[in-house]
Every structure is written in C-alpha cells, then in structure tokens.
Design a protein around this ligand. Structure first.
Ligand SMILES: [Zn+2]
Length: 123
C-alpha cells in the first residue's frame, strides 16, 4: 500500500493511540483513588487493608496489560505502515479489505486468520 492510501489509517491509529494513553492515565488515577479509599475504610484492620491494596494493585495490573496489548497492536500497525507492509495479513499475506481496516486499523490479520486464531484460543 502506498502512503496516500495508508495516510488516513495512520491518522486514525495515532488518534486511537492518543485516546488509549489518556484512558490509561485516567484508569491509573482512578485506581489510586480507590486504593486510598480502601486503605481509609480498613484503617483499623491492618491485615485486611494490605490484602485490599494488593487486590487493587492486581486490578491495575490487569487493566494495564490489556490496554498495553492494544497499544502494542497500534504501534505494530504504525510500524507496518512505515515498512510498507500495512494492510496485508501477517499470517497468510492476503490483502485485508479496506472496510476491515477502517473498522479496526490496528488489525494485523484478515478475517479468516483472525477467526482461526480466536477459534484456536477457545478450543
Ligand atoms: Zn490471513
């Protein structure tokens, strides 16, 4: 794909990246707030308070892992734009339909490979 075709996808990816980073920052802020509230609530029971804080930390880590996986997908798509391999399925080499790229510009696979991957995960 030439840069004229990939330009709108690149813009979309960069916008997605920005809003994801903003989302991550606000999630992180929200978790700190909840953890502090829990610490106050369990102020008289030190052991419980520590357990609660660990749960909050686990939650934060889970959210981070999911958001950063999405961020990785976006970064990988931007790299594919730079290298000229954007819009081609990373698994089978087929051109990914433009409609699919518009719906999910970070997608590295065609629908059939994505289906196979998701089906494989479930089985
Ligand atoms: Zn494919």
């Amino acid at each position: 794909m030439n840069t004229q075709i990939t330009a709108p996808f690149k813009k979309q990816l960069l916008e997605q990246r920005d809003s994801l980073l903003a989302q991550l920052a606000s999630l992180r802020g929200g978790n700190v707030g909840r953890a502090q509230a829990s610490a106050e609530h369990f102020g008289n029971q030190k052991e419980d308070s520590r357990a609660q804080l660990e749960t909050e930390r686990d939650l934060e880590f889970t959210l981070d892992a999911r958001e950063s996986a999405e961020l990785d997908a976006i970064d990988a798509a931007l790299k594919r734009i730079e290298s000229g391999s954007y819009g081609v399925c990373t698994d089978c080499g087929t051109d990914i339909p433009a409609a699919r790229l518009h719906a999910a510009p970070e997608t590295p696979r065609c629908i059939s490979c994505q289906d196979k991957l998701e089906h494989g995960r479930r089985a």
